[in-house]
Ligand binder design. Structure first.
Ligand SMILES: [Zn+2]
Length: 458
């Protein structure tokens, strides 16, 4: 018999096409899918109910989708504290070049734990540092996501443009073009699950225009389309990147990426801060998506992305925390607030992004960006049961009448429950699928081991 979970009495923000909200509604989950959503209590007499949640004082939203991250950076947080992107990268590349499989596994657990406890049910990771002889780093993060039970979209990254070829990373941190392509193809063949309801979809993800050769970009796009998987990279993050592209290729980042086959509705790029009207029009015309990372952009003084203009043009936009070396908290829940605040500092001021618009970015927006809006991103019958039930009953939120405003503008809200594929991953604010104290010890030990290996400590 199908097992059912019934949630009653919740304020439900469905994030459907009409932004329907049900002030005291119910959701019935059957197996790994949402069976019904409606006003008032759930129908009586349902069979196979294994759990009944009285969600009074709670807000139910779709599970959040994090569209950009670098899990391994969990071990290098708090470094290069006052740098811009290029200085930050050149400080950290030599440290990252020492990561191994156990470090990657620990860092992925830490990153995923921070995401899940902040409402994320589906997480992208962009991993692009593969030191020779370091072990199977991609498998390590797949193992971590499976253990925690988070829906996963690992993007097999790569860098082949070392300093001796005019790139930014040191030669010790890059792969050869052929090795990167072969390993990327192998990762897709081994791990990508295209089936409906998939818990694991792989993307192809050379790192950025200043760390990857033109050949690798071009060949990676061909590879991804041959295999039927999505493409992800960084684009237009800083003025320094734009200057690099203009000097080396005679083109801005968007035109350069377009020339290598990197615009399309199967592509999403992180940041897209420094875009002119023509760049935005190209993204809109091709359906290329954007992972907006407001905290990271602020931390690295990159600038403010033109999110209101991107949205007005019809560009798919999701939210991302980015790697935790540039966003130490690594929580997507608080990124909704930061998206509203940062965008209101731009030219559109208070009209830049609404509170509910921020929730949409983090849910349907993210699902669209990763090509899964048919299955994820809203609370509607037939969709996968990835649901976040936020506890707004405590003193931090209870005096705010509008639950969505309490979530987006208020303090980081604890989760009563996070369901992923119908299974509980977080309950009463704590991870259910891992021991948080063990995670704290493990990630600290691995961060210290990395610092020692990189010569930062004795
Ligand atoms: Zn990034």
């Amino acid at each position: 018999m199908t097992e059912r979970v019934v949630i009653d009495n919740a304020h439900i923000a469905t994030v459907d096409a009409d932004d329907t909200e049900l002030p005291r509604g119910h959701v019935v989950v059957a197996g790994n899918r949402i069976e019904s959503v409606g006003a008032g209590p759930a129908p009586e007499g349902l069979e196979g109910v294994t759990r009944h949640v009285d969600a009074a004082g709670r807000l139910l939203t779709p599970g959040l989708v994090n569209t950009h991250h670098h899990f391994y950076q969990w071990l290098t947080r708090g470094m290069a504290q006052d740098s811009n992107l290029f200085d930050w990268l050149t400080t950290l590349y030599p440290v990252w070049a020492r990561i191994d499989e156990e470090m990657t596994y620990a860092a992925a657990l830490g990153s995923l734990a921070a995401l899940a406890t902040s409402g994320v049910s589906c997480a992208v990771d962009h991993h692009y540092v593969f030191p020779r002889g370091a072990g199977d780093l991609f498998a390590a993060e797949v193992r971590a996501a499976a253990e925690l039970g988070v829906r996963f979209a690992p993007a097999r990254g790569s860098m082949d443009l070392g300093a001796s070829d005019g790139g930014l990373p040191p030669d010790s941190a890059v792969e050869s073009t052929d090795a990167a392509l072969a390993a990327t193809a192998e990762a897709v063949d081994r791990w990508h699950d295209p089936s409906p309801g998939s818990m694991l979809r792989v993307a192809v993800a050379p790192c950025s225009p200043f760390s990857v050769s033109t050949d690798l970009l071009r060949e990676a796009a061909v590879l991804a389309r041959d295999k039927g998987v999505r493409l992800h990279t960084h684009g237009s993050e800083t003025v320094e990147e734009e200057a690099f592209c203009r000097e080396r290729f005679g083109l801005g980042p968007t035109d350069y990426l377009e020339s290598t086959g990197w615009l399309g509705d199967d592509v999403w790029m992180a940041h897209c801060v420094h875009m002119d009207d023509s760049d935005i029009a190209k993204f809109a015309a091709t359906g290329t998506g954007v992972a907006h990372c407001p905290s990271s952009n602020a931390r690295l003084a990159a600038g403010i992305a033109r999110v209101p203009d991107l949205l007005a043009a019809g560009v798919p936009v999701g939210l991302g925390v980015d790697g935790t070396a540039s966003n130490e908290a690594g929580e997507l829940g608080t990124e909704l607030r930061n998206a509203v605040l940062v965008n209101r500092l731009g030219p559109h001021r208070e009209k830049a992004l609404t509170v509910r618009g921020a929730l949409r970015l983090a849910t349907m927006g993210g699902a669209r960006v990763i090509g899964r809006d048919g299955e994820l991103g809203s609370v509607e019958p037939g969709k996968l049961a990835d649901l976040a039930l936020w506890d707004l009953s405590g003193f931090r939120h209870s005096s705010i009448a509008d639950p969505v405003a309490a979530l987006v503008l208020g303090a980081a809200a604890p989760l009563t429950l996070l369901l992923v594929d119908g299974r509980p991953v977080v309950e009463d604010g704590r991870l259910r699928t891992a021991d948080e104290d063990r995670l704290a010890r493990l990630t600290r030990a691995e961060a210290r081991r990395l610092a020692r290996l990189a010569g930062l400590t004795g």
